[in-house]
Design a protein. Structure first.
Length: 159
């Protein structure tokens, strides 16, 4: 065996697919590794910022309803993150991460943190957004046109 084969990792994966021609070894490993994205999503639900640990529910119907809402939140979160990453990939552009390094795969949590210092100010019945900058505008433009149309139709002046 060559050196690359000896240093490669080993996987022991069980499957219920009996016929080896239905699913090859590389396909099994690919599907196994793809689960990591889903598992990371459930870690999002366990995050203390989601406040799920501070909710006490006694009735089964309410627990089921909360689980459904949390699942929908995760779906929206993942779809928005996917949209931003896809737009960055297609445009061959990047955003800065927490360390100032250019990346093309930001988490939506980081994107939300970029927008934390934004404030909506109403003065004499005129709405304005404070702390807006070019980077935030760039990130906002990564979203689909329909989303931008919703934001621009709110008659808010950005400064």
């Amino acid at each position: 065996m060559n050196q690359d084969s000896l240093s490669a990792g080993r996987f022991i994966i069980a499957t219920n697919v009996i016929e080896s021609n239905q699913l090859g070894n590389s396909a099994i490993i690919y599907h196994y590794k793809a689960q990591q994205s889903c598992e990371r999503g459930f870690a999002f639900l366990k995050d203390p910022s989601f406040f799920a640990n501070s909710v006490y529910l006694k009735r089964l119907e309410r627990i089921e309803a909360l689980a459904m809402i949390m699942g929908l939140c995760l779906l929206v979160y993942k779809l928005a993150q996917r949209q931003i990453r896809l737009a960055l990939y297609e445009s061959q552009l990047t955003v800065k991460n927490q360390l100032g390094k250019s990346i093309d795969n930001p988490t939506l949590k980081w994107i939300f943190q970029c927008f934390q210092s934004i404030h909506l100010v109403t003065f004499h019945e005129e709405k304005q957004i404070s702390n807006w900058n070019q980077e935030r505008n760039f990130i906002l433009n990564l979203l689909p046109e329909e989303w931008s149309a919703l934001l621009s139709s709110s008659n808010i002046i950005i400064f």
